[in-house]
Write a protein that binds this ligand. Structure first.
Ligand code: AP5
Ligand code: MG
Length: 219
């Protein structure tokens, strides 16, 4: 299966992506996670991406498209019959057009674009309360999705951290950038018959139940 997860910052893309990837055994490819790993290792790509990310701006299309194109050639994607779950890509119409091109060259179009709908006023609270495990990237929230021990990952005992771009001012920029550059993708996919809108305001278990119904309906 080839799936794109769409939705504003804090909509729950990462949260649902882990569940989908575990359940359906398809690689979870988060462009944000790839950039953060590159920033941490101070690679040339990470150094270029850093200033954009920390201001809440998009990294330029040329850098992102090449990176995703390479990632989609890797063994885990091939093993899953050219299957993948993209989280955070595409984010511009140019990226969506490039993805169509990459898919065409691999004889495999998208099966689903899952759009998580959450009102903008909820997003800031979700993002400011988010905590992440530096080892396994598991995502928690200080009130909605607490770890068993405060500040500690349930899965590997690592100390949770807050993302640098999760400061309130940066989050406001990210939401504005989403409205200007990413929301138009809903129109881009509207007539394709693969766009599914999911109510992302529900409890995260119920969001996943709705997603599962859609994906299972395809089997
Ligand atoms: P990226 O890492 O993709 O961030 P984002 O899109 O802003 O989305 P988030 O990761 O903040 O939110 P999410 O939807 O994953 O929510 P989560 O599940 O964590 O991108 C970061 C930056 O990288 C961009 O700003 C850009 O600079 C760059 N970048 C990345 N891709 C790019 C691209 N393609 N082109 C150009 N630049 C790119 O959930 C949020 C919180 O809410 C958590 O605490 C969670 O526990 C909680 N939560 C989740 N679901 C629920 C629920 N149902 N109810 C209550 N709480 C919930
Ligand atoms: Mg995310």
């Amino acid at each position: 299966m080839r799936i794109v997860l769409l939705g504003p910052p804090g909509a729950g893309k990462g949260t649902q992506a882990s569940r989908i990837s575990d359940t359906y055994q398809i690689p979870h490819i988060s462009t944000g996670d790839i950039f953060r790993a590159n920033m941490k290792n101070e690679t040339p790509l990470g150094l270029k991406a850093k200033e954009y990310m920390n201001n809440g701006q998009l990294v330029p299309d040329s850098l992102v498209i090449d990176m995703v194109s390479d990632r989609l050639q890797q063994e885990d994607v091939k093993k899953a019959d050219y299957g993948y779950l993209l989280d955070g890509f595409p984010r511009t119409v140019a990226q969506a057009e490039s993805l169509d091109e990459i898919n065409k060259n691999n004889d495999g179009g998208l099966n689903f674009v899952i759009n998580l709908e959450v009102p903008f006023d909820i997003l800031i609270d979700r993002i400011s309360g988010r905590r992440i495990c530096p080892v396994c990237q598991a995502t928690y929230h200080i009130s909605n999705n607490k770890p068993k021990l405060d500040g500690i990952c349930d899965l590997d005992g690592a100390k949770l951290f807050q993302r640098e771009d999760d400061q309130e001012e940066t989050v406001k920029n990210r939401i504005k950038v989403y409205q200007d550059q990413t929301e138009p993708l809903i129109d881009y996919y509207k007539d394709s018959g693969i766009l599914v809108n999911i109510n992302g305001l529900q409890h995260m278990d119920d969001v996943f139940t709705d997603i599962k119904k859609i994906l299972d309906g395809a089997n």
